[in-house]
Design a protein around this ligand. Structure first.
Ligand code: 5GP
Length: 206
C-alpha cells in the first residue's frame, strides 16, 4: 500500500510523558491529526466520550473485532484498546499525517500491515526517574505503580523494534526530537514528490 500521508505511532511506558509530548506536538503542528481510540476502560476524571476516547462496552468492542473494524487492537492493563480502521485509512489516503498514541503491541501490529508507519518509542531517562514521575503524578496507588514499573521493564525492551527512540529527560529536548522526526519524514523523496509536485515536474523528475 503506497499511502500518501504519514502515519506516526508513538509508544512509551506509562509515566514517561508520552501524552504531554504528543499534545504539545499537535499544538505546534496543525497538519498532524490524532486518532481517537476505542476502549473498554471506564472514563477517568474529566475524560469525555469522543474527546480522549470512544468509551464502549466489551461486547461492542468484540463485535468490532469480529467485523474487522480495527486497524489494530490490544489488551493493555486488563482493558481493550483499538484504532478504528476507517478513521486511519481514509485520512492517510487523503494525504493527511496521522499520529497514534498506542501501546507497543499495537505499534508492532501496525508495522506488519503498514511497513511505512513511523514507529517512535519514548524512553524515560531511568527507572528511578520513572518511579518518581509516577509518584509525582499522583494518579495511582502504590500497588498500581508497582505493576506499572514491572510492565515498564517489558515495554522498554520493545524499543529496539521501533524506528526512532526519544529519551524524555528534558521535555523541550524531547519535543524538539519529535518535531525533527516528523519534519524528516516529510522530506522523504515520495513525500516531497507529492508536496512539491510543481518543482518535480519542472525538473522532469518522476
Ligand atoms: P490509558 O488507559 O492510560 O489511557 O492508556 C493505557 C495504554 O493504552 C497506553 O499505553 C495507551 O497508549 C494505550 N492505548 C491507547 N489507545 C490505544 C489503541 O487504540 N491501541 C493500543 N494498542 N493501545 C492504546
Amino acid at each position: 500500500m503506497d499511502y500518501p500521508g504519514n502515519l506516526f505511532v508513538v509508544s512509551a511506558p506509562s509515566g514517561t510523558g508520552k501524552s504531554s509530548l504528543v499534545k504539545a506536538l499537535l499544538e505546534l503542528d496543525s497538519r498532524l491529526l490524532v486518532s481517537i481510540s476505542h476502549t473498554t476502560r471506564p472514563p477517568r476524571g474529566q475524560e469525555q466520550h469522543g474527546r480522549e476516547y470512544l468509551f464502549i462496552e466489551e461486547t461492542e468492542f468484540r463485535g468490532m473485532i469480529a467485523h474487522g473494524d480495527f486497524f489494530e487492537w490490544a489488551e493493555v492493563h486488563g482493558n481493550l484498546y483499538g484504532t478504528s480502521r476507517h478513521a486511519i485509512e481514509e485520512r492517510i489516503k487523503g494525504g493527511e499525517d496521522v499520529v497514534l498514541e498506542i501501546d507497543w503491541q499495537g505499534a508492532l501490529q501496525i508495522k506488519k500491515i503498514f511497513p511505512n508507519a513511523v514507529l517512535i518509542f519514548i524512553l524515560p531517562p531511568s527507572y528511578e526517574e520513572l518511579l518518581q514521575r509516577l509518584h509525582r503524578r499522583g494518579e495511582d496507588t502504590s500497588d498500581v505503580i508497582e505493576i506499572r514499573m514491572s510492565n515498564a521493564k517489558v515495554e522498554v525492551e520493545q524499543a529496539q523494534f521501533f524506528d526512532y527512540v526519544v529519551v524524555n529527560s528534558l521535555f523541550e529536548t524531547a519535543l524538539f526530537d519529535l518535531k525533527a522526526i516528523v519534519h524528516a519524514q516529510r522530506l522523504k523523496y515520495a513525500a516531497q514528490r507529492r508536496n512539491k509536485s510543481a518543482v518535480f515536474r519542472a525538473l522532469n523528475l518522476v
